[in-house]
Ligand binder design. Structure first.
Ligand code: GLP
Length: 263
């Protein structure tokens, strides 16, 4: 895994947006895997700025989001469909017909999950998957003990994740759904490239486990150690417990010019 340490979340978000923009420019019909939560917001803002000011064109891009709450209709303000519209889709020229998010209202949940996997396959697979990480190491909504080979399916959220996410529901834990549909760890691992972001001190333990710990379903993000092209962009606070953080800084500072992230 390549670890990129940046001074602030803002600087990390700019790096992440540049990585995504480079892909979109080199492959205008690429397939992006997208994430929700507070972590990717700065990346979406920077991509929006690039769309407005630097002609970054999303018109041929296809997107698949990681997950959705079960029981929230798309128009519910806390649904991930609404989140993506509000924070990204409405600000750029992505074609709404090319944006995919699991249907949290599906009557046949297993059927919806199989359909989602099939849609990813039919689109040619995900070129780049953007990820945040939960404070317990979850990616998507793959909570600890999730099968590292899992595909899109229903999951029950942990109490900790429900409590973490209650802030989006006005702090009212009772409003947070218990279930979600999420891409599996195996679905995420099938992406050609993975870009995980983690900002803030409350992510430091999860990041350290994911990057330097053993590969274990107790920290699902640790499976990214098995991915051939995985980058992890962290701010100083999230990097604070990494034993080898000086080494990661040294590697990043001494990359050959052609490998540098610019733009
Ligand atoms: C949420 C999402 C994840 C996200 C994580 C961290 O529950 N399902 O995709 O990465 O938890 O959220 P945040 O970025 O708000 O800390």
């Amino acid at each position: 895994m390549e670890i990129i340490i940046q001074p602030t979340p803002e600087a990390g978000s700019i790096i992440a947006a540049r990585i995504i923009a480079k892909l979109v420019r080199s492959k205008p019909d690429c397939v992006l895997g997208l994430a929700t939560g507070s972590t990717p917001l700065g990346t979406y803002r920077e991509l929006t700025r690039m769309h407005r000011e630097d002609e970054l064109d999303f018109s041929r891009v296809t997107t698949f989001n990681l997950d959705e709450y079960v029981g929230l209709p798309p128009e519910h303000p806390q649904s991930y469909r609404a989140f993506m519209a509000e924070n990204f889709f409405r600000h750029v020229n992505v074609d709404a017909r090319h944006t995919h998010i699991p249907d949290g209202m599906a009557r046949d949940v297993p059927g919806e999950c199989a359909h989602y996997e099939e849609a990813i396959r039919a689109a040619g697979g995900i070129d780049l998957q953007l990820l945040g990480i939960g404070s317990d190491g979850h990616i998507g909504f793959n909570e600890p003990t999730s099968s590292l080979a899992s595909r899109t399916r229903i999951k029950t959220l942990t109490e900790r994740t429900r409590a973490d996410n209650a802030r989006f529901f006005g702090g009212d834990l009772a409003q947070v759904p218990f279930h979600c549909i999420t891409m599996g760890v195996g679905t995420i691992m099938a992406a050609r490239e993975v870009l995980m972001l983690a900002f803030g001190a409350n992510k430091a333990d999860a990041v350290t486990g994911a990057v330097e710990g053993p590969i274990t379903a107790m920290n699902p993000a640790s499976v990214l150690q098995m991915h051939a092209v995985a980058k992890c962009v962290v701010d100083e606070a999230a990097a604070a417990k990494l034993a080898r953080r000086e080494y990661y800084r040294w590697v990043y500072a001494n990359k050959p010019d052609w490998q540098r992230i610019t733009g």
